[in-house]
Design a protein around this ligand. Structure first.
Ligand SMILES: Nc1ncnc2c1ncn2[C@@H]1O[C@H](COP(=O)(O)OP(=O)(O)O)[C@@H](O)[C@H]1O
Ligand SMILES: [Mg+2]
Length: 104
């Protein structure tokens, strides 16, 4: 559960930093063994590693950026992301959903 909190915090911080609209957090039990943490935001850009495969790389030592998605790669059991088509009308804003799964 601490892992879910850690990763949710990193994803929400990123949604706040890298989008200029609303964002949401959703938690979903995947059976009894995993918890899926999903964060939607209004920016359609999908950062690595959520889109295509990307190498596991540590951030340079002393780096103050790049920590959040490094932690995702290190601690999540699974992750993904997809764009959401939107009309721009209220409640259908497009953007993307990023999700991670952690062992419950
Ligand atoms: N929700 C997001 N939308 C768009 N770009 C993102 C998002 N989250 C992360 N990114 C991009 O991925 C990079 C790495 O994110 P992260 O590892 O959390 O490091 P940091 O937040 O310290 O820059 C960010 O600098 C940003 O360019
Ligand atoms: Mg971050």
């Amino acid at each position: 559960m601490e892992t879910a909190e850690l990763l949710a915090g990193e994803l929400l911080t990123n949604a706040y930093l890298y989008s200029d609209g609303p964002y949401t957090l959703r938690l979903r039990a995947m059976g009894s063994t995993r918890l899926r943490v999903g964060v939607w935001d209004s920016n359609p850009h999908i950062p690595a590693p959520f889109g295509a495969d990307s190498p596991v790389a540590a951030p340079p030592s002393g780096a103050e950026r790049g920590r959040g998605l490094f932690l995702v790669r290190a601690y999540a059991a699974n992750w993904g992301g997809y764009p959401l088509g939107g009309t721009g009308l209220y409640g259908d804003a497009g953007g993307k959903l990023l999700w991670v799964e952690v062992r419950a």
